[in-house]
Design a protein around this ligand. Sequence first.
Ligand SMILES: [Zn+2]
Length: 142
Amino acid sequence: MSPTINALLQKRDAILDQLRSIEHFRRGTVTLHARVCGKPSCRCARDASAKHEQFIWSFSSGGKTTSKHLRPGPEVAKYVEETERYREFKQLVDQLTILNEQLANSKPAAVIDDADTLDALKKKLRRKLLRSSKRNSSVSST
Ligand SMILES: [Zn+2]
């Protein structure tokens, strides 16, 4: 095994260890909204520093947004940590993906000498890829 591949495998194992030990996480973001309630008698109407603050966790996916009001203090801290951890998780997955592509590039495709075996493989791949191109008509070139 080449030293480069060995190094890539070691990095991959290190990332897998990190992924295995990562604590609970969640998608989305936590934001602090400061608003004026609109009551003329309320302090927030006169004092900009007395605006009503709300901590909100929200998450959007597929055009649908989920959100939740968080209690100031430990609940906000929990959600901040969890959403930060999700971003760490995604970075690890990105690194793992790049490492795996490098490992895949270092491995050449098999050589098939037997003509029948090669022909059977070509037919099998044609069937498989024709099917998938019907399902997914957009083709991206990389
Ligand atoms: Zn107010």
